[in-house]
Design a protein around this ligand. Structure first.
Ligand SMILES: NC(=O)c1ccc[n+]([C@@H]2O[C@H](COP(=O)([O-])OP(=O)(O)OC[C@H]3O[C@@H](n4cnc5c(N)ncnc54)[C@H](O)[C@@H]3O)[C@@H](O)[C@H]2O)c1
Length: 252
């Protein structure tokens, strides 16, 4: 049912757990991918090499500085001359505890907001600018359960950023539907990726699974399948919505 032939996607954070699953699935479904990651020489570039230069182009950009976004978009456009889908996936999960001194606290807030909200916003701007003249395009923003339910106290900045991603998604869907642009959010709960290393090291993966009615942590492919469904265009009339992938740990 899902065929990405003829579509080119930009997947940010494409070397990470969820991003890599999205890249692999997009290629498997016939699409071409610009695989972005923070730096060259890591898992992202290696995956791009494995999948082949005719299907995947690697582009590096540090999204902690939003000024890197316009160049990233131009490099991504250059691969196939157009982009059909933006998957805003790159993210970090770094604590900011109220016990931190102010300078450390403020730095953590800015870094999380920059990578998880501001850079995705800049990328949405670039996408809208390119999608309007070409008659449309699809944006899939990776949010989080935290953006709805809230998170632990030392991740209030992360929850705030992800809540912002949801509000941004809804606004884009409302504002640009008539120009053929659809925009979705995907909100995972616990996913088996390096992002949760701290939690898994402390409580084990079973510790996370125990908090989930489904009894297991989602795998990156569980998120990637939903992302590709949304990116395929089959869910056009669901624009503006969020798909929750959390094993009923927070039913919204
Ligand atoms: N894993 C989960 O449980 C979970 C839950 C909810 C939401 N999410 C979201 O899913 C997305 C993907 O996370 P993941 O679990 O695959 O994590 P991950 O750590 O495996 O991957 C994150 C990716 O983002 C990239 N990245 C980090 N800092 C960057 C920077 N400064 N500039 C550019 N890229 C940068 C990393 O290099 C990596 O490729 C994130 O937005 C995350 O917030 C994850």
């Amino acid at each position: 049912m899902i065929d990405m032939t003829g579509k080119t996607l930009l997947v940010t954070g494409g070397g990470g757990g969820i991003g890599a699953a999205c890249v692999r699935l997009a290629v498997e479904l016939g699409g071409k991918v610009v695989l972005h990651d923070v730096r060259a020489g890591g898992a992202g570039e290696k995956l791009a090499q494995e999948l082949g230069a005719d299907k995947v182009r690697f582009v590096a950009a540090d999204l902690s500085d939003g000024a890197n976004v316009p160049k990233l978009w131009q490099e991504a456009l250059a691969f196939q001359g157009r982009l059909d889908v933006l998957v805003n996936n790159a993210g970090i999960y770094e604590p900011a505890d109220v016990s931190y001194d102010f300078a450390k606290w403020e730095k953590a807030w800015h870094r999380t907001l920059e990578i998880c909200l501001v850079a995705p916003g800049h990328l949405c701007r670039e996408a809208i600018d390119s999608f309007i003249p070409q008659g449309g395009g699809i944006i899939v923003n990776i949010a989080s359960r935290a953006g709805f339910r809230g998170d632990d106290p030392d991740y209030m900045h992360y929850a705030a950023a992800k809540g912002g991603v949801v509000a941004m998604t809804r606004t884009i869907a409302r504002g640009y539907g008539k120009q053929g642009i659809t925009c979705f959010a995907v909100a995972p709960g616990f996913v088996n990726t390096a992002l949760n290393k701290g939690f898994f090291d402390q409580y084990g993966i079973q510790g996370a699974a125990d908090t989930i009615p489904l009894g297991e942590v989602a795998e990156p492919i569980d998120v990637a399948r939903t992302v590709m469904f949304l990116a395929s265009g089959h869910a056009k009339h669901a624009t503006g919505t969020t798909v929750h992938i959390n094993g009923a740990s927070y039913v919204h």
